[in-house]
Design a protein around this ligand. Structure first.
Ligand code: BES
Ligand code: ZN
Length: 622
């Protein structure tokens, strides 16, 4: 099973994510608009959380956050209690409107954590919770100084999506539950604190920082980072935070951000979040990027030195419309976040780099989707756009399907409606639902109402039900016809038959031509073939993480040990699961599991706890 950045798990485990079609009714999108988020234990439907004020101290010694979260609530339906999500928090004391109350937590539910029950009256306005985070808080990654590039100070960051916010804030935690927040965070002097909120641009002398997020956001968009960080502006609205040794490289690489924001606004309306900054994290960051509002979190592996991996920033930027402004109502609708965002990201890339460039991205995305569908099973429930994840961890089940099948559907809708009409529809959609959430069915209803015409319904035109409530890749899916990849194929074929390459023909290749070239090589290549390619193109020493990762995977299958020292260096610091998983998997599949285990035992501390757990399972089966 191809996952976006998680482990391909063994079949037994996979079964959990691969529920059969008979479990779910094929809903007519005309009727089903009820929203039931089965991944929150809160009662946000009756007690509305309006605002939370955090007052937290960051203790690098005990690796805990401690302090208070004060909720302003609106008890709409005369509920007797306010129930929030909680994953391993140590709750010390709770007050309702200033009076201590007897709270309790219910037994943990698999994947979801526990529910914190707080008695309230019908007029209770505020609930204050004093707590500490637990030792296993899944949202938190604490880095020792050695794991940073600066090496002198500790570092902490959060990753709240999908359902980890509850491990650091007692909060009703669902994509359909929005609230505003403010925060006061205390840290050791000299460190800078950043959140998905108004941010400082330099450290202060007190070590106390305050924040405001005045737009309502779901809990998964709450974020915190603490470290030795510096800021550099790109223009008046955009800038970059990074560790001092990384900052100038990062600013150079992300220099096109102002243009991206401008293009995005030109497509789908104003950017509504004030500033747009990017935080480049240390290399252990487990994913590529996270769209925390006002401050995208990103892996340093996008710093290729040639701006070629900046489309990740286009993706996270695009989420400020698709995801942050208009949010999937439940994790079952996650394609409405990720598929919309891939589509939007490619529109930005098209405007920046042209059609022939973005056609390569569409083609690579199609390859990812085909692979995922083969691995999941072409008829499997997990290949529907609309998920049914009740009783499952929403993240475990995240594959390329919501990203690539979702974006393909939008691309097809664009082609069907015509770009002008389609863009007007999308722009109006973002405005209409701004700061709200949306289900797949609501979207389909609106689409149906606006894009059907008198002689033909949407269903007739594109068989949209098959796309959303059916498996595999429907046969009317659009496909990019990439002339640039046709040339790559010719060169690859010539190499495979002659053993040599006309180097001049590859001179103008970008990262994405190389990815297509390497990805579609037969496996394993022979050592002489590997040696030739390496001699010509220096892949083993590539500073481009995407190319290096793919080359190392190719090298593992070919047992081309010349590349192993560089590969080991990569595994010793990069925590991005999209890279780690294929490498460890390749080692395992090619009878080099003992080597994989040695690498893992030596370097696992560089990885996020969740990544560690997944890799351990991959390597040892437990
Ligand atoms: N929002 C996602 C990350 C995410 C999704 C985390 C679901 C947890 C659960 C983010 O926008 C994303 O998709 N990141 C990608 C990069 C992107 C260019 C496809 C990643 O990290 O690989
Ligand atoms: Zn995304």
């Amino acid at each position: 099973m191809k996952k976006r950045f998680l482990l391909p798990v063994a079949l037994g485990v996979l079964g959990a994510c691969n529920n059969t079609a008979s479990d779910s009714k094929q809903t007519a999108f005309g009727t089903d608009t009820t929203v039931r988020d089965t991944h929150t234990l809160s009662n946000a439907d009756s007690v509305v959380p309006k605002h939370v004020s955090l007052d937290l101290a960051v203790d690098f010694g005990t690796r805990q956050l401690s302090g208070t979260a004060t909720w302003q609530i609106q008890n709409r339906l005369g509920a007797k209690e306010f129930v929030t999500d909680d994953a391993g928090l140590q709750i010390e004391q709770v007050w309702a409107d200033g009076t201590p109350v007897n709270f309790y937590t219910s037994p943990p539910v698999q994947y979801l954590g526990t529910a914190l029950h707080i008695p309230i009256g019908s007029n209770t306005q505020t609930v204050r919770i004093r707590y500490k985070t637990g030792a296993e808080a899944s949202a938190l990654q604490w880095l020792a100084p050695a794991q940073t590039s600066y090496k002198t100070d500790s570092f902490l960051y959060t990753q709240s999506e999908a359902i980890h916010a509850r491990s650091w804030v007692p909060a009703p935690d669902g994509p359909g539950i929005r609230f505003t927040y403010d925060a006061r965070i205390r840290v050791p002097k000299g460190l800078l604190v950043l959140m998905s909120a108004t941010n400082p641009q330099a450290p202060n002398d007190s070590g106390i920082y305050t924040f405001r997020m005045e737009e309502p956001v779901p809990a998964y968009l709450m974020a915190l980072a603490v470290g030795k960080l510096e800021f550099q502006k790109i223009d008046d609205r955009t800038g970059v935070y990074a560790e001092p040794g990384v900052l100038s490289r990062a600013t150079w690489e992300l220099n096109e951000m102002p243009k991206m924001v401008q293009i995005a606004e030109g497509l789908y309306g104003p950017y509504r979040w004030g500033r747009y900054d990017v935080l480049i994290l240390p290399p252990g960051f487990p994913i590529g990027g996270m769209e925390n509002p006002r401050l995208t979190f990103a892996t340093p592996t996008i710093l290729a030195g040639d701006r070629s991996l900046a489309n990740l920033i286009a993706h996270e930027l695009a989420h400020n419309w698709s995801g942050n402004l208009v949010t999937s109502a439940t994790w079952n609708d996650i394609w409405m976040n990720e598929g919309f965002t891939v589509y939007f990201e490619r529109r930005i890339t098209e405007a920046m780099l042209g059609k022939s460039y973005v056609d390569m991205l569409w083609a690579l995305g199609y390859q990812d989707l085909e692979k995922a569908v083969v691995e999941l099973g072409p008829q499997s429930r997990a290949t529907w756009l609309k998920n049914d994840l009740t009783g499952q961890d929403p993240e475990e089940c995240l594959t390329d399907v919501p990203y690539e099948k979702g974006s393909l559907l939008l691309w097809m809708l664009e082609r069907q409606a015509g770009r002008e009409k389609w863009d007007a529809f999308l722009k109006a959609y973002f405005n209409r639902h701004a700061f709200g959430s949306i289900t797949t069915e609501q979207f389909l209803n609106e689409l149906h109402a606006q894009l059907s015409d008198t002689d033909s319904t949407l269903e007739k035109k594109i068989r949209i039900r098959e796309w959303v409530y059916g498996p595999g890749i429907p046969d009317n899916a659009p496909q990019a016809d990439s002339a640039r990849f046709t040339q790559v194929n010719a060169i690859r074929n010539a190499f495979l038959s002659s053993g040599t390459i006309d180097k001049a023909a590859t001179q103008a290749w970008t990262t994405h031509e190389w990815l297509h070239f390497l990805r579609n090589m037969p496996r394993p290549l022979t050592v002489p073939q590997m040696r030739y390619l390496d001699g010509q193109f220096g892949f083993t020493k590539s500073k481009n993480s995407e190319i290096a990762d793919l080359w190392f995977e190719t090298a593992i299958h070919a047992k081309y040990i010349t590349a192993y020292p560089e590969m080991e260096d990569f595994l010793s610091k990069v925590g991005r699961q999209k890279f780690l998983t294929p490498l460890y998997t390749a080692l395992k599949e090619s009878d080099q599991v003992a080597l994989a285990q040695r690498y893992f035992e030596t370097y696992h501390n560089a990885y996020h706890p969740i990544a560690q757990a997944r890799l351990r399972k991959l390597l040892t089966g437990s």
